[in-house]
Design a protein around this ligand. Structure first.
Ligand code: G5P
Ligand code: MG
Length: 258
């Protein structure tokens, strides 16, 4: 069983622009955990010009998805290398096929996921954010001209390097990314929701109306958590409360990133 097993093994899911990167960065400011962001891994391959990178460049620009096997090879290898370290995955798995492969990998280690958190943000609020996003590609840090602007225009706060707009951050490609989410990722969410319904139950949180409170915590071990809200600052206190309550032994961050 998983008794006495306090390792964080968590997925952060959500439609394009829902704030996965934003919330991951906040968690990294608090805790010494490893975040693997699938999109960042692919963009690193693109920068280095690898074979995977060449393929990813085309797929990302088209708003499609990379093949399940390629993603599993990339992310599964990293997850395996982490051993007992606490981890959070941003953007992987994002199809039912990837989810099944990840579940199978964990199974071979006698482990299971502890939490699948879906950032449920209305699509209407997202397109504007995406058009205003500036990214520091090497680190994956993201900025937004109105929400969290960089200290110096056009430069990353930490390294001072140039910020760029992602090639898939335009209205047309965004529409395709959303369509991929509905077609491929929602069935994956359904897979985990169904699994949770049959075991731990599901936690549904409306970040809009409630302050982070006891109701945020539910039973405390629900595999599937749906966190609905319009803004990252509404969602964050709930996410933080869930993570700190479920994983009370997480090491604190050594250096605040930003
Ligand atoms: P990615 O890189 O995983 P997406 O599309 O899933 O890309 P994205 O765009 O990175 O997700 P996010 O991380 O959820 O979005 O959101 P974010 O960056 O934190 O926030 C978006 C913007 O809004 C930022 O500018 C932020 O500052 C701002 N913001 C945040 N909160 C607020 C707020 O409350 N208010 C306001 N005003 N602004 C806010 O994947 C890219 C591609 O890689 C491939 C696919 O092609 C994918 O399209 N890929 C995979 N393919 C197959 N399988 C996988 N597992 C794959 N993973 C990636
Ligand atoms: Mg992201």
């Amino acid at each position: 069983g998983q008794e006495g097993d306090t390792q964080m093994r968590m997925l952060l899911v959500g439609c394009p622009g829902s704030g996965k990167g934003t919330q991951s960065t906040r968690l990294l400011n608090e805790y010494d955990i490893t975040v693997i962001a699938a999109g960042d891994v692919l963009r690193s391959h693109i920068r280095r010009g690898t074979e995977i990178g060449k393929r990813a460049d085309e797929v990302i620009k088209a708003g499609g998805l990379m093949p399940d096997e390629v993603m599993m090879e990339l992310i599964g290898t990293e997850v395996e290398a982490l051993g007992d370290r606490d981890w959070l995955l941003d953007g992987f798995p994002r199809t039912s096929g990837q989810a099944k492969m990840l579940d199978a990998l964990l199974e071979t280690k006698g482990k299971q996921l502890k939490a699948v958190v879906n950032l449920d943000v209305p699509e209407e609020v997202i397109l504007d954010r995406i058009l205003q996003r500036w990214t520091h590609v090497p680190s994956g840090r993201v900025y937004n001209l109105s929400f969290n602007p960089p200290k110096v225009a056009g430069k990353d706060d930490v390294t001072g390097e140039a910020l760029v707009q992602r090639e898939d951050d335009n209205a047309e490609t965004f529409g395709k990314r959303l369509a991929s989410f509905h077609k491929q990722t929602e069935p994956m969410l359904h897979h985990y929701r169904t699994k949770a319904e049959a075991s731990t139950g599901v936690l549904d949180i409306d970040a809009k109306n409630t302050k982070a409170s006891a109701s945020t915590l539910g039973r405390g071990d629900e595999l599937y958590v749906n966190l609905r809200g319009d803004e990252s600052k509404q969602i964050w206190p709930h996410l933080f409360q869930i993570v700190s309550h479920r994983f009370p032994n997480l090491p604190k961050a050594k250096v605040k990133a930003a």
